[in-house]
Ligand binder design. Sequence first.
Ligand code: CAA
Length: 381
Amino acid sequence: MNFELTEDQAAIRDAARDFAESEIAPSSSERDANSEFPFEIVKKLGELGFMGMMVNHEWGGAGMDTVSYVLAIEEISKKDASVGVIMSVNNSLVCYGIEKFGTDFLKEKYLTPLATGQMLGAFCLSEPEAGSDATDQKTVAVLEGDHYVLNGMKNWITNGVNADVYLIQAMTDKSKGYKGISTFIVEKKYDGIEIGKKEDKLGIRSSDTCTLGLNNVKVPKENLLGEEGIGFKIAMETLNGGRIGVAAQALGIAQASLEAAIKYSKERKAFDAPISNLQAIQFKIAEMATLIEAARLLIYQAALNKDQGKKYVKEASMGKLLASQAAVHCALEAIQVHGGYGYVREYLVERYLRDSKITQIYEGTSEIQRIVVARELLRGG
Ligand code: CAA
């Protein structure tokens, strides 16, 4: 087993790190305070190939592997987890599905602009009454001539306010249960799209999250992704990869928390010495680092399996489960190391805690990840 990065992977990690330090970090606190979407940063990320990292060159993507993607998301999320999720949703939840299931027509029309940052994408599975139980879709799509007509309500849509294109799951045949769900590519400019309220969130405040109303939205027949009835399969496969992205985002938050705790503990003096001399602090640092390394190895394993065409459902869920746990734990401990200073905005650790919590909720809660892992084990996976 070899976890040595290739030259290309190390170069991508370094490029992401440089970009995050110079272009993302300086304005991250201001964006968080004002819930301000990072338009310029997203545009530059697109130009650099970070918005369609795993998309084939043929469609304008960077043609990189999943390990490189994980490295880039970690570096970017270390400086701003909001930017991390904007990027992760576009790459994993939108580009992946179009590339895997779309026709060449759809790839040319949507994938290339999405992969190059000319368009932004969002993924619409959740509904007010269909969260963890994602099969219970109430949104319907009815074929009328050369169009489908979509009606319903979607929520918790990351990038929803600023996206140009939505991947929407809807029921085309309710009698078939989840086998009656289909996926559509829907443009924001279509009549009948109603962008609902932007959520006022605890963390990742400079990424936008909203509800989306669909009122008799006419979607051209050719915008059906794949075929009727495979929408749930598309959503689940998409989320398997998405969970690797969220795991990498969580890893970035955890790593940033650890680095902040180490730095502060060496600077802050108490009882005539840096607090890093105290065993109470050293134990925290050791535990944080151990959890982070374990999560990192699991995520690399999931990414490597995906790149090698092996099964990675269990590993992706395990990686997300552990990395999100690490993010919350490390952010809390980093605050504890900072004492009162950790509780105020001057130091970044309070944001790390606010940003960390969502990683245990979106793209499948930690409870759903446990279900996925258990099912894979019980069926011998
Ligand atoms: N990968 C591939 N296929 C899967 C799968 C997976 N991880 N999980 C289930 N499936 C397939 C099953 O094989 C089955 O298909 P077949 O009958 O053809 O074999 C089908 O899906 C139904 O599966 P189940 O019978 O297991 O369905 P269930 O209802 O018992 O459980 C679930 C399904 C695992 C709970 C699923 O609903 C789930 O993952 N829920 C969480 C949804 C989620 O992650 N939502 C996040 C929304 S995105 C988001 O967060 C917003 C954002 O913008 C970031």
